[in-house]
Design a protein around this ligand. Structure first.
Ligand code: SIN
Length: 187
């Protein structure tokens, strides 16, 4: 799959006919909210786990030295907590550009704390995208994150801000918390 997913997302899933759209954020979309939204609510999705398995050539690393950022990996029964935003469809012009390094958007069921549900979009960078790095020993991932930098800043800041965002949401994530403890010891 092409490294730049902007056109692919636009073609696969036109949104102009919709009045508003829920977006589920599980990575930087939890803490870096550089887009307008109509409403924001903590939410979760089922069947996915957050993993630092996606390479970042454009934000937290470079093509020569990619960083590691979050994507979702399918795991039956798993729950992934994050933040849902209700946005206008034209906001996806900006979001598709921001998530262009391998992320495709899919509709999935969002669950809110009060038991309500809604269909929403989530950006997933799958194993078939050119920037996918996949699993590695936690210590190796921590070292890579500790020393990577890109146009959006230090890779360590991405991880540590996500960790703070998850704690604010009172969300548990063993993978993120273990990685951030290792990275804190390195930087
Ligand atoms: C997300 O936050 O939902 C997608 C991945 C990212 O931008 O970090």
């Amino acid at each position: 799959m092409a490294l730049n997913t902007i056109e692919l997302n636009r073609q696969r899933q036109p949104l102009d006919h919709l009045e508003d759209v829920w977006l589920f954020g599980y990575g930087s979309l939890i803490y870096k909210v550089d887009f307008p939204f109509l409403e924001r609510r903590p939410a979760s999705i089922e069947g996915w786990v957050r993993r630092f398995w996606q390479g970042s050539h454009d934000h937290r690393g470079t093509p020569e030295a990619p960083g590691r950022v979050a994507t979702l990996i399918e795991q039956p029964g798993a729950i992934c907590a994050g933040m849902a935003y209700r946005v206008s469809p034209d906001t996806f012009g900006h979001l598709d550009h921001r998530e262009k390094n391998g992320y495709l958007r899919f509709f999935t069921a969002l669950h809110f704390a009060n038991g309500e549900q809604a269909e929403g979009l989530v950006y997933v960078a799958g194993p078939d995208n050119a920037a996918f790095l996949g699993p590695a020993p936690l210590a190796d991932m921590a070292r890579q994150i500790a020393c990577s930098h890109g146009p959006s800043g230090a890779n360590a800041d991405y991880l540590l801000q996500l960790c703070d965002g998850l704690r604010n949401l009172q969300a548990d994530d063993d993978h993120v918390f273990a990685l951030s403890a290792m990275v804190r010891a390195l930087v």
